[in-house]
Design a protein around this ligand. Structure first.
Ligand SMILES: [Zn+2]
Length: 246
């Protein structure tokens, strides 16, 4: 029987734990800190714990996760392989994903996409859920940058969006980085308009005020629930067709 609600804990930056309510599975994305012990908690409580690392940047990847012997699998972006710490991961549990790769098994289906920064983004299908984690995929519009770089960032983002057009995600994790100032929500806004995303969790904005979508963020009639955590350890329950609750 499929679950219609999941529990989500914010770790830090783009780090999240998503777990079903029944102790059967948990997904851990880009865990580089675990201030409140959420990773340890699901390792103790969930039967299958899957780790995902979108890329090797220090604020997305901690080699320390390799020590979790209870992990069912580690899905690691190919760029992590270049690090010496890559050897710490047990080969039989590690799946290396480049862009546009896939893996299937154990009731899980994983698809990877390109990023506009290092590494990949992920679509994870499990237990009737379709969960997208962008990694550092975003419209990185830095207003002070050169015209060439600004155009390059836009082109890269739009090119990748073509691969995502029209796809349905029950839940999507996407950057709304405060450093981008007025362009903070450009990527997430375009992503929500072009995909059939049912609920949005914003991320990658440590130290900035909580993101609040403005009146133009959603296309008319296309409003969806948004959760924009700021404090490590913040938790929500998300129920399909309903929204986020504490
Ligand atoms: Zn990043």
């Amino acid at each position: 029987m499929a679950n219609d609600s999941v529990r989500i804990a914010y770790l830090l930056n783009s780090g999240f734990v998503v777990e079903d309510g029944a102790g059967r599975w948990a997904l851990v994305f880009d865990a580089y800190r675990d201030v409140r012990g959420d990773v340890e908690r699901v390792l103790a409580s969930a039967a299958q714990v899957y780790f995902f690392v979108s890329h090797a940047h220090f604020d997305h990847f901690s080699p320390a996760i390799a020590r979790y012997e209870k992990a069912a699998k580690f899905f690691l972006s190919e760029d992590v392989r270049a690090l010496s710490e890559a050897r710490r991961f047990p080969a039989e549990k590690t799946v290396w994903l480049g862009k546009y790769d896939g893996w299937q098994g154990e009731g899980l289906r994983v698809e990877s996409f390109d990023s506009t920064d290092e590494g990949t983004s992920f679509l994870v299908e499990i237990d009737g859920w379709r969960i997208f984690h962008a990694g550092d995929f975003n419209w990185w519009h830095w207003s002070g940058d050169t015209r060439e770089n600004i155009k390059f960032a836009e082109n890269g983002f739009m090119k990748q969006m073509k691969r995502l057009d029209g796809r349905m995600f029950d839940l999507a994790f996407f950057p709304a980085d405060g450093r981008l100032e007025e362009a903070r929500d450009w990527g997430a806004k375009e992503f929500c308009r072009r995909t059939d995303t049912r609920a949005l969790v914003t991320m990658h904005s440590v130290g900035y005020p909580r993101f609040v979508p403005d009146a133009e963020f959603f296309a008319p009639g296309r409003e969806i629930p948004v959760w924009a955590p700021t404090e490590p350890g913040e938790r929500r329950i998300y129920q399909k067709g309903s929204g986020f609750s504490e």
